[in-house]
Design a protein around this ligand. Structure first.
Ligand SMILES: [Zn+2]
Length: 310
């Protein structure tokens, strides 16, 4: 995978794209935005990280969270109120409605995804400091935590120990929907954390969690709903008439009809899900213009396809 990022030269197109992307203001996000704390993104191939110790004795090195991704036209992400706080969650409620109506695919799309948070140091980019790693729980989070158990001796080892802990190696193959995590293993030799001051940047995980209210989540889910729902006769789903794409119909028409130039460009150079993850990642702002445009089209096409099914 080749990156075409300018490291030193001023690139007016990129700056313009970045400014425009801020103006476009994507939706709600389930983690508090924090300029000092970058997110860690795995690359395709080998990833070398050091999981950092827990904030204090009351906390663990990891925290499982449940997230509804891609909600509404702005692709907001919300912490699931049901799983996280045992409160009513509008997205889960709608998933249940779909399930009861036999619409398993739609239900599945709305269910919360499990993620595991870690504070880590990217061994390849130590100068970037402490990062927050939001790992897919089943494929990375759980296997990573289980590395703390020596299966032979049944002893628990502290892989985060700053003097005698271990780095973790995660091997990622493929991108987007074809992503597979081939292995999550410990480095064979223990290593030190050279800069102990990094520990000062670790926070209690709960300080980073951003909750929205039931009403806000529901409104976002309904999106900038069109009037189309008023014509529907189906009364049973009147609370949640449809998922709107968040775009005007004219824009969608244009996007769906103009896909000739899509060939050979429909993969994400950063390894994220092409279309699905549009503008979700911090790297998106730096993306090459044409790829970004195609990704945006794909994103809208996916939303449109989904909305049409309802
Ligand atoms: Zn939920």
């Amino acid at each position: 995978m080749v990156k075409n990022k300018a490291k030193t030269n001023f690139n007016p197109d990129r700056i313009k794209d970045r400014i425009e992307s801020v103006d476009r203001a994507t939706g709600y996000y389930h983690i508090e935005k924090n300029d000092d704390l970058k997110s860690y993104r795995m690359i395709e191939g080998d990833n070398f990280i050091r999981v950092l110790p827990a904030y204090d004795a009351e906390h663990d090195m990891a925290l499982d969270i449940h997230v509804h991704y891609g909600v509404g036209g702005d692709k907001s992400s919300f912490l699931c109120l049901k799983k996280m706080k045992d409160e009513d969650c509008p997205i889960c409620e709608q998933a249940l409605k779909y399930q009861q109506a036999g619409k398993e695919e739609e239900a599945k799309r709305l269910r919360p995804a499990r993620r595991t948070l870690f504070f880590i140091l990217d061994r390849e980019k130590e100068d970037e400091g402490v990062k927050l790693f939001e790992a897919p729980t089943a494929s990375v989070g759980d296997p990573l935590i289980s590395l703390c158990l020596n299966r032979r001796t049944r002893k628990i080892i502290d892989i985060t120990d700053i003097n005698v802990g271990y780095d973790v190696i995660i091997v990622r193959k493929g991108t987007g929907m074809t992503t597979k995590y081939k292995s999550v293993t410990l480095d064979q030799t223990p290593s030190k954390l050279d800069d102990e001051s990094l520990l000062d940047d670790i926070l209690p995980f709960e300080n980073l969690l951003h909750y929205e209210s039931y009403e806000t989540m529901k409104a976002e889910f309904l999106g900038k709903a069109t009037r189309k729902d008023e014509e529907k006769t189906n009364e049973s789903e009147d609370d949640f008439p449809e998922i709107d794409t968040g775009e005007t119909n004219d824009e969608n028409k244009e996007d769906l009809s103009d896909q000739d130039d899509k060939e050979n460009n429909d993969s994400c150079p950063e390894g994220f899900a092409f279309g699905e993850d549009y503008d979700d990642e911090e790297e998106c702002a730096d993306c090459e213009k044409e790829t970004r445009k195609l990704c945006r089209k794909e994103h809208r096409a996916i939303n449109k396809k989904f909305a049409d099914k309802l």
